[in-house]
Design a binder for this molecule. Structure first.
Ligand code: GLU
Length: 323
């Protein structure tokens, strides 16, 4: 059964960009007659804000978006992440790393590479052959392994829109923008599964939970698309199924940058939730909802207006986004 999800990090209230992702994943689930789950991604505890999770759930409910099942909270899922890490360790696919950020920067510098990938540094693989007696700090995934253990041809995978791995490139399909590929080993390097401070990395937690919740379709903002090859590689390494992916347009701030709490996005004004939903729908190319009787904009939205608007948008979503 189609199962989608919205997985906010409780680092602050929802902003206009996160409402777009929430609405898109909800509409996609409804257009497929499926379920929609909310998951609170609070593994990066230093970035989490007390009370933000409850606030987000309240904001979603105000917009008529409620989880079809229990809301999972990642900070309660440590055992499952530890089990996944053990599986990778046993398979020889994870190794301990002793490098600090400074060590990594120095190693890249001596290789002649200083380019940062977002704020992350590509990992040059220093500890692949051991930590050289230095104490281990983090665990990383070995990314050069040929995960593609079966004999299907790339053509077959393309036909079924299934991710595949060839010539060190990890290929994946987006329902909207089509095929993408990335040489994760060269461009990102062996990425972190468990951090030096003991916290679980987003990539591991998201992959373990998407599988444990039976997520068939990930619908989220385009800013997260870059993580997808890492996630499908991890799914492959753990023998987990691959969900389908769809990345939606971003809301840009006045400075042309992605709207985020970090660059000062204003919190959503939900005094009129229908107005906020209308703005989110516009980003997705859906028409503004002006009321069933088409007499003009609905200013003071009632819950029944919100329900009608959401129901109307499902068919627009299906026409525009379901390829
Ligand atoms: N927790 C992530 C965020 O809020 C989203 C994860 C995902 O949708 O895969 O940015």
């Amino acid at each position: 059964m189609y199962t989608g999800r919205f997985a906010p990090s409780p680092t602050g209230p929802l902003h206009a960009g996160s409402l777009v992702a929430a609405l898109a994943s909800w509409l996609d689930a409804r257009a497929h007659g499926g379920r929609w789950l909310v998951r609170i991604e609070d593994v990066d505890t230093p970035r989490c804000v007390p009370g933000a999770a409850e606030h987000i759930l309240h904001q979603l409910a105000t917009c008529g978006l409620e989880s079809d099942g229990p809301v999972w909270v990642q900070s309660t899922r440590g055992d499952a992440y530890a089990q996944a890490l053990r599986q990778l360790q046993t398979a020889g696919l994870a190794y301990p790393c002793a490098c600090t950020r400074k060590d990594i920067a120095q190693a890249l510098h001596s290789e002649g590479h200083t380019r940062e990938r977002h704020s992350e540094l590509r990992y040059p693989g220093t500890c692949r052959t051991g930590t050289g007696g230095r104490p281990a700090r983090a665990w990383r995934l070995l990314t050069t392994t040929d995960f593609n253990k079966n004999s299907h041809t790339a053509l077959e995978f393309i036909e079924f829109n299934a991710p595949f791995f060839s010539n060190d490139e990890w290929h994946w399909h987006d329902r909207h923008s089509g095929w993408h590929h990335q040489n994760v080993a060269r461009q990102v390097g062996d990425f972190v599964l468990q951090r030096a401070d003991g916290l679980w990395a987003y990539q591991l937690a998201v992959v373990v939970d998407d599988a444990a919740q039976g997520i068939t379709d990930v619908v989220r903002g385009a800013d997260l698309a870059d993580n997808t090859p890492r996630q499908i590689g991890l799914q492959q390494a753990l023998g987990l199924p691959h969900p389908r992916y769809l990345h939606t347009p971003l809301v840009l701030g006045n400075n042309g940058e992605k709207l985020s709490k970090q660059n000062g996005a204003a919190p959503l004004d939900l005094s009129n939730p229908l107005a906020a939903l209308n703005d989110a729908a516009a980003v997705l190319g859906l028409p503004r909802w002006a009321g069933n009787d088409h007499t003009g904009p609905v200013s003071a939205a009632q819950p029944e207006h919100i329900r009608s608007a959401l129901a109307d948008w499902v068919s627009w979503w299906a026409a525009r986004w379901l390829a």
